[in-house]
Design a protein around this ligand. Sequence first.
Ligand code: ADP
Length: 218
Amino acid sequence: MEKTFLLSVTHELKTPVAAVKLQLETLNSEGLTESQKAQLLKTALRETRRLQDLTENILLATRLDNNHQGIHKELISLRTIVYQEAERYRSLHGLKVEINDEDEGRMHGDFQMMTSLVSNLLDNATKYGGRELVKIHLSKKDHHVILTVADQGQGIPDNEKDKIFTRFYRIGNEETRSSKGTGLGLFICATVVRLHHGQISVSDNHPNGSIFAITFPA
Ligand code: ADP
């Protein structure tokens, strides 16, 4: 899995770098209309952001490996993070997302890690959600903050539900997989949740898709 990981990281790095280079070279040519320039810039920005997310995931995974150093907890609002990340995926990747925020989601948490958690769940919803509406629900019950992210994509078979939280694990094989990824996302989610004394689980959405549910002590 480590070998596959290195291969996919190299691939994941090469693709956006090549794309940004191409956008910038085209931008540099003459005779472009304002709207063409705007479109090129938008794509370059989106690809740059992908690169940033990828490097953040790799750095965070390394940080989590090193005996959990550097966790910085403060009073945060999960609602703020959810809105910020939903807006980012909406504008950059065209994700259709609906937020039902019954609660502010105040808790003691590491802002950067919690941002990464929400970002990774939305990244997966974008990649595997079949371009259908994604529903986020934030609530509070019995001194616990509950966050769920429900997509209407291909879903996750029962025999894969535990494995997907393992580092580098991706369902299927190199030939059958069409989506990009490194297999780090859900490992990061699970580790961040554990460091915040929470729980993460996945279940089936109906009629199709997956629901990721996370609970934190408030
Ligand atoms: P990556 O997306 O980079 O492959 P993740 O750790 O985020 O890595 O996810 C591991 C695997 O779990 C993915 O490769 C995919 O097969 C599966 N998966 C994750 N999220 C979803 C989802 N929302 N719907 C269906 N499959 C998913």
